[in-house]
Structure formats: structure tokens, C-alpha cells
Design a protein around this ligand. Structure first.
Ligand code: CLF
Ligand code: SF4
Length: 302
């Protein structure tokens, strides 16, 4: 495909992606497919009885789906709202902690719904090594949750990281995660993916550092920057030690001065099984997801 056609396709997709375009969010919906069961890191604002707060409101239970169920889920959602332009994997664990189900899901969805845009969110630890496969599966939009660009700040946010079978803790975990995240983002931009960065605003932990994150991601060629106020998850480490949540107002106060990067202002901090328009989550209309043994729990990848 020549560059012009590629550019045109990219812009066309952007115009239809409800998260990457505020205008699109008025007309088009997304469906999240909760197939990612495990996680490869430990964030201090997370508790594993809850959905991943990186892309979901904590405190809600999701049904885990198999890749085959995920296709059925799209048919089900489309019965209520047909203008679903995007299908995404966004938890409840990390999409790439065990990439097999995530990749299979993208493959099956693309086969059944070739017109649907594929999207994925990840903490970025295992991103770089999965980019080729994501490209092959035509996943054009990726979100990376990047909560710090300095290891001393990251160390306060993450407890450990499991990478290629080795468990890292403390500063080693923070350094490794940062290194993998930056290299994943850099390579993804080079390969033509459209990248959004989510940063969770954690009062007293990284609020003074959000500007540094924005400067770094600007340099990396990221398309969109989304700062999300932390919603304290009960039982999480931060909750236990009394770290307070942030508000939308706090986000606006920090981001309104930022220049040279697109700032997302319409994020809904969706559940990992969210569906429909961003403004009206259909997952509630579809009824409480049937609870299975794994419901709502994302496990650590060992
Ligand atoms: Fe889902 Fe995220 Fe893709 Fe959108 S959500 S994986 S980019 S399709 Fe959107 Fe929801 Fe905000 Fe995420 S409103 S939490 S930014
Ligand atoms: Fe962090 Fe993993 Fe929890 Fe998501 S599921 S918030 S990446 S620990």
C-alpha cells in the first residue's frame, strides 16, 4: 500500500474512533472484549478483585471471555447499538501478559467484522516484542499507560514486574518497566501505529510529574495524551495507606497549559467490558455479566 493510501486510511479510522476523536464519540461506539486474564506488573492503585483501573472503573465485575465468546459479544452488542466502530482488548488484566488470547481475539474479530477498527490498551511491559504480531492483525490503535518517566517516581507506583519469567522488584522493576514502555512506544510510532498515552493522576505521587510525561511523549510522536484521575480501588495499597483519589478538575488544572500535544477531554474510564457510545455504557443495559469462576479477577502471571 502506498504512503498516501495509508495516510488516508489512518485518517478515516481516526474519524471513526470514539476515543481518538471527540466528534466520533457522538456517533460511534466501542466494545471492550475482556479476554486478558492475567497481569504482569503490580500497580499500587490496583486490587486484583477489580478491573484494571488503567482502562476501567474499579469496583465492577466482568465476565472473562474466550476469543470465540468475544465474537458473539460483538453480535450481542450490535443488536442494541449497531454503530460499533471499534473493538478493543482492555483488561481486566494486561492485554499482553499472555498475548495468545488477545491475538486470537483480534484475528477472529477481523475475520468476522473486517470493517471494525481494532484497538488495545496495555501497561507496555510486553509491547515491543508483540508489535509485529499486532501489525499483522491490523491493530492500528494502541494505548499505553505511562504513569512516570522517572524511575524514582515509578518506584512509588509499581511493586513488581514479571518479565520473561523473572520477577523484578523496587527500583529494578521501575527501571525495567520504564525502559520497556519507552522502547515499545518508540517502535510503535515508527511502525505507524496511532498511539495514545494514559497517565493516571495520583495526588502526592505523580501530580507534579505529569508535565514531564507530556513533554516526553510529545517527543516520542504520540498522537493523544489522556490524564485520568485515580479512582481509589478498595483494598489496593494506595487505598490502605490513605492516598486520595483525584478529580476531573485536578486533571484540567494540570493539563490546560499543555501545548503541542492533543489532550483527550472526553474519557469515561470505561470498564473492561464496556460497550456502546462512551456516553452511554451498554454493558449495564445488557444486564449484569454472568459471573463465572474467574469473574473480575485478574491474576498475576508467574
Ligand atoms: Fe477502549 Fe481505550 Fe481503545 Fe478507547 S477506551 S482500549 S482507546 S476503545 Fe476511551 Fe474508555 Fe477512556 Fe479508554 S473512553 S477509558 S480512552
Ligand atoms: Fe496495573 Fe495490572 Fe492492575 Fe492494570 S491489572 S492496574 S496493569 S496491576
Amino acid at each position: 500500500m502506498n504512503t498516501e493510501v495509508l495516510k488516508l486510511n489512518k485518517n478515516k479510522s481516526l474519524e471513526k474512533h470514539p476515543c481518538f476523536s471527540k466528534e466520533a464519540s457522538k456517533h460511534f461506539g466501542r466494545v471492550h472484549l475482556p479476554v486478558a486474564k492475567t497481569c504482569n506488573i503490580s500497580c499500587n492503585y490496583c486490587h486484583r478483585d477489580y478491573d484494571c483501573p488503567n482502562e476501567s472503573r474499579p469496583g465492577v465485575t466482568s465476565k472473562l471471555l474466550s476469543p470465540e465468546d468475544a465474537v458473539d459479544r460483538i453480535y450481542e452488542v450490535k443488536r442494541f447499538f449497531n454503530d460499533i466502530s471499534v473493538a478493543a482488548v482492555a483488561g481486566p488484566g494486561d492485554s499482553l501478559a499472555e498475548p495468545r488470547d488477545t491475538m486470537k481475539t483480534f484475528e477472529l474479530v477481523k475475520k468476522e467484522f473486517p470493517e471494525i477498527i481494532l484497538c488495545m490498551s496495555t501497561n507496555g511491559l510486553d509491547l515491543a516484542e508483540n508489535l509485529e504480531e499486532l501489525k499483522e492483525r491490523e491493530v492500528n490503535f494502541i494505548t499505553v499507560t505511562l504513569n512516570a518517566v522517572d524511575a524514582s517516581v515509578a518506584q512509588k507506583i509499581y511493586r513488581y514486574a514479571n518479565y520473561k519469567g523473572i520477577a523484578y522488584t523496587e527500583k529494578d522493576a521501575a527501571k525495567l518497566l520504564l525502559d520497556r514502555q519507552i522502547s515499545g512506544i518508540e517502535n510503535a510510532v515508527k511502525m505507524g501505529f496511532t498511539i495514545k498515552i494514559n497517565s493516571v493522576l495520583i495526588p502526592g505521587i505523580n501530580d507534579f510529574h505529569i508535565k514531564d510525561i507530556s513533554e516526553k511523549v510529545k517527543k516520542l510522536g504520540v498522537y493523544l495524551f489522556n490524564v485520568m484521575p485515580m479512582i481509589p480501588a478498595e483494598k489496593s495499597y494506595f487505598y490502605k495507606i490513605g492516598v486520595k483519589g483525584a478529580s476531573r478538575k485536578d486533571v484540567v488544572k494540570i493539563t490546560r497549559e499543555f501545548e503541542g500535544i492533543n489532550i483527550m477531554e472526553h474519557c469515561r474510564q470505561c470498564r473492561s467490558d464496556a460497550a456502546g457510545l462512551l456516553s452511554e455504557d451498554l454493558s449495564k443495559k445488557l444486564g449484569e455479566p454472568e459471573v463465572n469462576d474467574d469473574a473480575g479477577k485478574c491474576r498475576v502471571r508467574l
